[in-house]
Design a protein around this ligand. Structure first.
Ligand code: PLP
Length: 451
């Protein structure tokens, strides 16, 4: 579709937004949201007719791009036949979505509890773990994001927790491995892995193993920097959890459904958690949906004892029909393989090549359609381009980088001193190269802020 300029309509959308929409994570008077007129595939456009290549997949959810005709048609068809129905009933779209998801999740994660998104999935996974074990505490990592509801924001290991932190009962943070900014001062992946596992063991010992219900980790932490764990780390955590009877929860809300070039990031490490949370890519974000995939043992806990949790819209037919269509499209079009291939052939080599030429790039890491560039002032000291949690003037170098990318028709994902390259998993080679060329020019602006 060719975007048709209609600035007057855009101005009306913007005016109503500014008057009445209260935006997430924002100082309401300091933001200037772009009025979006439409989207298709890997692109969206504004009312001026300016098109942007979306290197963010929305909030890392449009894994098959915008407006896929088969998913749009499935939602329309579901709306025409049964647009809503309460969760206590067996409904075709819901049971089919659960079957398709359970068939793809690892091991015996065969029962699906549906939510409206990721945070609710995390809330329910921790609730299930606590009830299953009868223990109160949950361990989660610094440099993590698990959502913005009460337990989820407290589990989160980034600054968004701070203003929300009322000392949530039983949440304990630990350090997960991250060699580039190693909390353990390691100098190799092997050492980082070993020290991180020892640190987790020590944390468990000092917290009291019999008080710990769950360890929750993002398989590959996303928002906090796409930090692929060293080989052996997740298998080591699995072993520690087994030894102490602790439930192992993997949060695949961002990394799941093809994003990393496999159905789930856990598939790269051949690790099966006891509970796995998902959302976003499950239906490419077309209708809100998330959930928890549950192991046989935990499902058994609630076989004859009611599970004390539920949501009015759990397994909403429109959302589930979108999931069924999305998963079928992913199979038919080989989207998981496309994500793996674009990472191997274009994004990985292209980003590494940019890193060679741009002094502002400290590290490139990722896999599939899931990459991060760590932007630094100084490659030697690894001092970030902007300080941790910078805002206002202190954040000016990242703001300049972002503006430069947008001016060149690329919508970048920016978090602190990083830009993440997280386009739709089915982005074409030509589109990916177009994005890399724009990124190249924007990085020259970031370079001006290096020493
Ligand atoms: N968990 C992870 C790993 C996430 O990346 C997110 C969102 O980005 C969430 C949970 C929260 O999901 P939602 O915003 O749908 O509640």
């Amino acid at each position: 579709m060719t975007p048709q300029p209609n600035p007057q309509a855009g101005a009306a959308v913007k005016a109503a937004d500014r008057a009445h929409v209260f935006h997430s994570w924002s100082a309401q008077e300091l933001i200037d949201p772009l009025a979006v007129a439409g989207a298709e595939g890997s692109y969206f456009w504004d009312y001026e007719g300016k098109r942007y290549l979306d290197f963010t997949s929305g909030l890392v959810f449009t894994n098959i791009g915008y407006q896929h005709p088969k998913v749009v048609a499935a939602i329309q068809e579901q709306a025409a036949t049964l647009s809503t129905f309460a969760p206590a009933f067996a409904v075709e779209a819901r049971s089919e979505a659960a079957r398709l998801i359970a068939e793809r999740t690892p091991g015996d994660l065969d029962k699906i509890f549906f939510t409206n998104g990721g945070a609710e999935a995390v809330e329910n996974a921790t609730r299930m773990a606590r009830l299953h074990t009868g223990r109160p505490k949950v361990l989660s990592a610094y440099r993590s994001y698990h959502g913005a509801t009460s337990t989820a924001i407290n589990l989160t290991g980034d600054p968004r927790r701070w203003p929300n932190d009322l000392g949530a009962a039983g949440v304990v943070h630990f350090w997960a491995p991250f060699l580039y900014r190693s909390p353990f001062h390691s100098d190799s992946e092997g050492q980082e892995c070993e020290r991180a596992l020892q640190h987790l063991e020590d944390t468990i010992a000092f917290e009291g193993p019999a008080t710990i219900a769950a360890v929750i980790l993002e398989t590959i932490p996303g928002t906090a920097g796409i930090m692929t764990p060293p080989p052996g780390y997740l298998a080591g955590v699995r072993e520690i959890c087994d030894r102490y009877g602790i439930v192992f929860v993997l949060d695949e809300v961002m990394a799941g459904f093809g994003r990393t070039g496999k159905w789930f990031a856990a598939d790269h490490y051949e690790v099966t958690p006891d509970l796995m949370t998902f959302a976003k890519g499950v239906n490419s974000g077309y209708v809100p949906l998330g959930g928890v995939a549950i192991s046989g043992a935990i499902a058994e806990t609630f076989a004859r004892r009611p599970y004390p949790g539920g949501l009015t819209y759990s397994g909403h037919p429109l959302a589930c029909a979108a999931a069924v269509a999305t998963i079928n499209v992913m199979e038919e079009e080989g989207v998981v393989g496309q994500a793996a291939a674009i990472g191997e052939r274009v994004l990985g080599p292209g980003l590494r090549e940019l890193a060679e030429r741009h002094p502002s790039v400290g590290e490139v890491r990722g896999t599939g359609a899931f990459w991060a560039l760590e932007l630094v002032k100084d490659r030697e000291t690894r001092e970030p381009l902007v300080p941790y949690n910078a805002s206002g003037e202190a954040n000016a170098p990242m703001a300049a980088f972002g503006a430069a990318a947008k001016a060149r028709g690329l919508w970048p994902f920016i978090n602190m001193n990083r830009t993440h390259v997280v386009p739709p998993c089915n982005i074409t080679e030509a589109e990916a190269k177009e994005g890399l060329a724009a990124l190249d020019e924007a990085l020259s602006v970031a370079d001006e802020h290096t020493v």
